[in-house]
Write a new protein. Structure first.
Length: 355
């Protein structure tokens, strides 16, 4: 559990503790209990601009709420980690010294938005396998204007995907996290489809290599997929991945629950053996930063709660609160799966010749 003694004292501490008790109760009901050997709880979470000061700094409340949510999992892929790692380090401190992280370098330029991607994991349960790297798409062979076959570099993804290897129990797996470009409000924006198709095909080919670190590959993160019947989602499936049925029945992973931005997909390569036993998303706004908590946070939002940037009174300050709270927690909900990692009995049965 997180180090609650790091919470502030006084009125702020009482508010955070009250919210944490409510959050813990809902987490207990929604997320399977972590086990020592039997299962792995894996999650992906786009933590909005972690950390920026666009709507002011994150409060102590947010760090303890996020730590409580993350503590219910063994390994979490996080998108939108910013260049300054102070926020991630603070989150890790609250979680405990046994938590470790791997991060990418910052993706430079306006396309990369100064973002990193991270894997945050409980080292008591999950072991880093030694393999980690940012994905660079290979060049392609094309015919030039003179009719010659030449090698041509390809456009790289706006935010470089991250690939790392881990082991939990008997289960060895590679994990790749992505943050696919937004590209506007068009559901099937061609650039977005192209990014998803490129990275999914690359990884599908990589995992089929007999020298791959593991045949088990999980692709997860923020794909900015609007709906499962879009070409963006189909690009993942066509490349040789499958999404658990339990996740396909979820309306959405954004706060409004009307967009399937986030995904967790498993390679369907013949040697793969991913056994998913449960899955879901967790809506933290049912427990913290609720609509009915707005009045408690008005003092922290400052003049912007009442007044627009042009100095005019806000017609509906609650609209500002609902945006502000997404910069405290996120505009994405954490998506999770429970995976079986204890294959000891099956192994013994094979050796004994009983199966």
């Amino acid at each position: 559990m997180p180090f609650y003694y790091l919470m502030p004292r006084g009125a702020d501490g009482r508010r955070i503790a009250t919210d944490l008790l409510r959050l813990r109760e809902r987490l207990d009901a929604a997320i399977p209990l972590r086990t020592r050997e039997e299962s792995l709880l894996l999650a992906t979470w786009n933590i909005r601009e972690f950390d920026s000061t666009k709507y002011g700094s994150r409060l102590d409340d947010a760090y303890f709420h996020m730590a409580e949510v993350i503590s219910r999992f063994d390994l979490v892929a996080i998108q939108e980690v910013r260049s300054n790692l102070a926020a991630l380090d603070r989150l890790k401190k609250i979680l405990g010294s046994w938590w470790s992280y791997l991060v990418t370098d910052v993706t430079e330029g306006t396309r990369g938005n100064q973002e990193r991607m991270a894997f945050l994991f409980d080292s008591r349960k999950v072991r880093f396998g030694g393999l980690a790297g940012q994905i660079v798409l290979p060049p392609v062979r094309v015919t030039d204007t003179a009719g010659n076959r030449v090698t041509k570099p390809v456009d790289q993804l706006y935010r470089t995907p991250y690939l790392a290897a881990f082991q939990a129990g008997w289960f060895k797996f590679m994990l790749s996290t992505v943050h696919i470009l937004w590209g506007g409000d068009e559901a099937e924006a061609p650039e977005r489809v192209a990014e998803i198709r490129a990275v999914a095909r690359f990884l599908s080919k990589r995992v089929a290599d007999p020298d791959a670190w593991s045949p088990n590959l999980i692709l997860l993160g923020d794909f900015n997929i609007f709906a499962r019947d879009d070409a963006t989602f189909q690009a993942v499936i066509d490349a040789g991945f499958e999404v658990p049925e339990a996740l396909q029945s979820i309306p959405g992973s954004n706060v409004k629950k009307d967009r399937t931005y986030d995904q967790i997909a498993f390679s369907t390569h013949a040697r793969a053996a991913v056994d998913c036993t449960a899955a879901g998303v967790f809506d933290f706004f049912q427990s913290v930063y609720r609509d009915e908590d707005e009045a408690a946070y008005v003092p922290f939002m400052g003049d912007a709660y009442h007044t627009t940037s042009s100095g005019k009174p806000r017609a509906n300050p609650s609209t500002y609160y609902r945006a502000w709270r997404t910069f405290q927690m996120s505009d994405h909900l954490p998506m999770w799966v429970e995976l079986k990692v204890d294959f000891g009995e099956a192994y013994l049965n094979r050796v004994a010749g009983t199966t």
